[in-house]
Design a protein around this ligand. Structure first.
Ligand SMILES: Cc1cc2nc3c(=O)[nH]c(=O)nc-3n(C[C@H](O)[C@H](O)[C@H](O)COP(=O)(O)OP(=O)(O)OC[C@H]3O[C@@H](n4cnc5c(N)ncnc54)[C@H](O)[C@@H]3O)c2cc1C
Length: 483
């Protein structure tokens, strides 16, 4: 490497790829979402027109909404359920993510221990049950989503991260979890990168899958159980009506006893969610399928999901057709929680991702990226889902999984159902459920507060993980910013 850069990742890895190689790798990368560009994509259901009624209305057709609908009819086959989706099934975060379906309900063990040390054993058991429940649903409904319980490999690309992995191994073992702490050679035997200095393998708690095909399979299972879907049906308002609620869309109205709002990072049609959740955009690249020589140059026969473990991090995996999906690093916040196509492309972030990929896997020089996209992540100041009720308990909501909602959304949905049905369960008794996260400030303060925190996180990674005064202050109050 020639001198140090302003990029903490390249400095740590010690290899700066030539910009001409970055240009060549990105030359064919079209703005297209790999998972959604699949022949299994269902046709959109007709938009709601006119009036209808239901026992339960679900607003949002991502994982939270789909699990809510499916769990509701599986628990009570006579219940009439309608799902209203502004776009189409899984066009939000659920069809754009990395497909790491993780047992953790708390955005990782360390974060859970930091917030709920006394509940962590229970949260961990509930997370394991939840993952088993997802696997059982996939099997019961014959959902072809490429699910493989490969586990996950955390990799250190800097010496301070090696120490963090050792501490993480201890914390996992203390809760009885099976982990393997690896040196550089052991890590490279699983996936070969000259950047790796150590690794932590968690062999049990992660299923890698195709998230869009999981979502579409959940939708078919729900439809088969009688759930009605209306796509291209954005909910504009929810109000009380008699003993229930009235849910208004552009061209229709649903009268229902209960409603669950599952809009996650999008602007919700109810208040309350907005203070708890901030929307950040996470960007992703996918390569062309690997040929045999490239696969041999990587190893990776265990097909684990991989993540490097700085404060800013990448996550990556092999797809069912042997591409590499590579995402993360920048978490871009747009003023006013903006979402939509106009904030989905950022050339600087795309180039950074490509550069970091080539620095991690120099042996793949010459590979082409075929897809690039981004998606909205709802984060809370404690990095886990938050829940609430409105309209006198007739409406509940679940939002804010940060970057770990593929698995946790089933748990989030079940809690939202418990709350809207007025049931006390072991889930609703958890402090994580009963207490809301520290709220984000409203604009115009939210934007500068998040930018300040992002810069502090970048500085922390540049200084070998040493947390400066701003992060130390936030840590003291148990609040933070992540993706
Ligand atoms: C790039 C990226 C990578 C990620 N990687 C991972 C990962 O590997 N593992 C992991 O566990 N998590 C990951 N996540 C997070 C995970 O995808 C989410 O936590 C999860 O999909 C949230 O599901 P959801 O149903 O709550 O939200 P969404 O899937 O966003 O669904 C919300 C739905 O509500 C709809 N909607 C919005 N407003 C309205 C309205 N007014 N009326 C009707 N419908 C409305 C939207 O169109 C959308 O379909 C990632 C997220 C992103 C963006």
């Amino acid at each position: 490497m020639s001198g140090s850069t302003t990029d903490s990742f390249l400095d740590a890895v010690g290899h700066v790829p030539d910009e001409a190689l970055v240009d060549a790798a990105l030359a064919d990368a079209a703005p297209s979402i790999l998972w959604l560009a699949h022949p299994d994509r269902p046709t959109a259901a007709p938009a709601l027109a006119g009036r209808t009624d239901a026992d339960l209305v679900v607003v949002g057709g991502g994982f939270t909404g789909l699990w809510t609908a499916l769990c509701a009819v599986e628990a009570d086959p006579g219940r009439s359920v309608v799902v209203l989706e502004a776009g189409e099934t899984a066009v939000g975060a659920s069809g754009r993510n990395g497909g790491f379906c993780d047992a953790s309900l708390t955005h990782g063990l360390e974060n859970g221990l930091g917030h709920w040390p006394d509940e962590m054993a229970e949260l961990s058991r509930l997370g394991d049950d939840n993952l088993d429940g997802i696997e059982a649903t996939i099997a019961r409904h014959g959902i072809h989503c490429g699910a493989e319980r490969t586990g996950e490999l955390g990799v250190a690309v800097a010496d301070w991260q090696v120490a963090d992995l050792a501490a993480s191994a201890e914390a996992h073992r203390a809760l009885g979890m099976h982990v393997e702490l690896l040196d550089a050679t052991g890590t490279r035997a699983l996936v070969d990168s000259p950047a790796y200095r150590g690794g932590l393998l968690l062999p049990d708690g992660t299923i890698m899958l195709d998230p869009a095909r999981l979502a579409w399979g959940l939708r078919s299972a729900a439809e088969a159980a009688g759930v009605r879907f209306h796509d291209h049906t954005a909910v504009q308002a929810i109000s009380r009506s008699g003993p229930g609620v009235e849910v208004r869309t552009d061209a229709g109205t649903v009268t229902a006893s209960r409603a669950v709002v599952a809009t996650n990072a999008f602007r919700p049609p109810i208040r309350g969610v907005r203070r708890s959740v901030a929307t950040v955009y996470d960007h992703v690249l996918a390569t062309e399928p690997l040929n045999a020589a490239r696969k041999a140059a990587l190893g990776w026969s265990g097909r684990q999901g991989v993540g490097d473990v700085g404060n800013q991090f990448h996550y990556y995996r092999l797809t069912p057709d042997d591409r590499i999906l590579w995402g993360g690093w920048d978490a871009l916040y747009h003023f006013g929680n903006r979402v939509g196509p106009e904030v989905e492309h950022d050339d600087r972030t795309t180039r950074t991702l490509a550069r970091h990929f080539l620095a991690t896997f120099p042996q793949l020089e010459g590979i082409r990226f075929t897809h690039r996209w981004a998606g909205p992540i709802a984060t809370t100041s404690r990095f886990t889902c938050a829940w609430g009720t409105t309209h006198g308990g007739r409406v509940s909501w679940a939002a804010g999984y940060t970057g770990l909602g593929v698995g946790a959304s089933r748990f989030g949905a079940r809690v939202a159902l418990d709350l809207v049905d007025g049931r006390t369960t072991e889930r609703t008794e958890l402090s994580m459920v009963r207490r809301r996260p520290f709220p984000f400030p409203p604009e115009p303060l939210r934007w500068p507060a998040i930018q300040l925190t992002r810069r502090a996180i970048q500085r922390c990674d540049r200084r070998d993980g040493r947390r400066g005064p701003w992060l130390a202050l936030l840590d003291r109050f148990g609040i933070g910013f992540d993706s």
